[in-house]
Design a protein. Structure first.
Length: 366
């Protein structure tokens, strides 16, 4: 049914959401190889979305241009007609993009889940359903379109990126534990002194070379420098404002420790054993989903509190509940369960998807 048609995906940001949407694109292309898929997103997110092998064309909305960005996009798309539009984002800026696109079929979430009047710009909606983990929620669109689900997260590296990765890791004397210490929301961040103690344990007790990765935003830079100052372990600071470089750094790591932020979801998608620190956001909704769920350190839920249904709200001041010892326990679990985390060549089982989220209860309530 979809073969030979042209589809537009509307998902502008953030990096974590883009990663969660990759299996939907994989599913649609596998079900209809002749389907042309075009993705409308923002420039940084496009560095991931545009590399998906099933994406035929990328359209970017440069929000730094303000309202002129929507004018520019409308001009670029003038005369271009799509057979269907899949609107994955229920916020006003994405709704405006969906309204701009020319298509007789605009598919969105059901009215309860379509925030900010998003339902006004769609004319076909998913069946009403509960809040789910974000990737699973996006895959409802595959169900709606009759495409079997495929849990695939293609994140290909170019030849030049592979060469840079090989050169970097050839200089390392031990497996790398990558730490993501900053996020776009301070409420998601873990205390600096605990990062410093964790770095010491990773180096002294487990033999890792510790590397801080992420962006070079001022707040993140200050946190990284302070962690390095407080820690007695040698720490490489490899942060740059370069998403593609971050991707190959994560791809080569033995282990990643991170709060809920874009680099964490990239690491999970790459199959790198990843310890996720959750307090502000609900891991049942924005957690890893099908990989490494047992490595989630959960301070969002109270002990014994059910994970389902997932919650869309936030809980402030909970990241401080995560003690360093609990994170070290998750590292030990990763090393026991995944060869890669222990510095050995990964086995095929390391990349096998897990059973998904538990029906109730958490994994590691702190």
């Amino acid at each position: 049914m979809l073969d030979g048609q042209r589809a537009a995906i509307v998902l502008l940001s953030a990096i974590g959401d883009i990663v969660h949407a990759l299996p939907l694109v994989s599913s649609l292309k596998a079900a209809a190889p002749g389907l042309s898929i075009e993705w409308v997103t923002q420039p940084v997110a496009g560095e991931i979305a545009g590399r998906h092998p099933a994406v035929d064309r990328l359209w970017t909305l440069d929000r730094s241009r303000g309202w002129r960005a929507f004018r520019d996009l409308r001009r670029a798309l003038r005369g271009r007609r799509f057979d269907l539009v899949v609107d994955l984002q229920v916020y006003a800026k994405a709704s405006l993009v969906t309204a701009i696109l020319d298509s007789p079929r605009k598919i969105g979430f059901d009215r309860r889940r379509a925030k900010e009047l998003n339902w006004l710009v769609t004319n076909e909606r998913l069946a009403p359903g509960p809040t789910r983990q974000v990737c699973e929620q996006y895959l409802e669109f595959a169900d709606h379109l009759g495409a079997p689900r495929r849990y695939e997260w293609p994140l290909p590296l170019s030849g030049a990126e592979r060469a840079a990765q090989t050169a970097f890791y050839a200089r390392r004397r031990a497996p790398v534990a990558a730490l993501v210490v900053g996020t776009s929301r301070p409420a998601k961040e873990w205390p600096v002194d605990r990062w410093a103690r964790l770095a010491e344990s990773l180096h002294a007790d487990f033999g890792y070379e510790v590397c801080i990765v992420g962006s070079d935003r001022p707040g993140e830079r200050a946190r990284a420098l302070e962690i390095a100052r407080r820690s007695r372990a040698p720490i490489l600071d490899e942060r740059r404002d370069d998403l593609r470089r971050l991707l190959w750094l994560l791809d080569g790591s033995a282990l990643v420790v991170s709060p809920d932020t874009g680099p964490y979801h990239l690491a999970v998608a790459l199959g790198v054993p990843s310890v996720g620190l959750y307090g502000y956001t609900d891991p049942a909704r924005v957690g890893p989903g099908r990989r490494f769920t047992e490595l989630v350190v959960d301070a969002f839920h109270d002990p014994g509190e059910a994970w389902h249904p997932p919650r869309t709200g936030y809980r402030a001041d909970r990241m401080e509940r995560i003690e360093t010892g609990r994170v070290i326990e998750a590292v030990e679990l990763a090393r026991a369960r995944y060869r890669r985390a222990a510095g050995r060549s990964p086995s095929p089982s390391d990349l096998t998807d897990g059973a998904g989220l538990p029906e109730d209860g958490g994994f590691s309530a702190a």
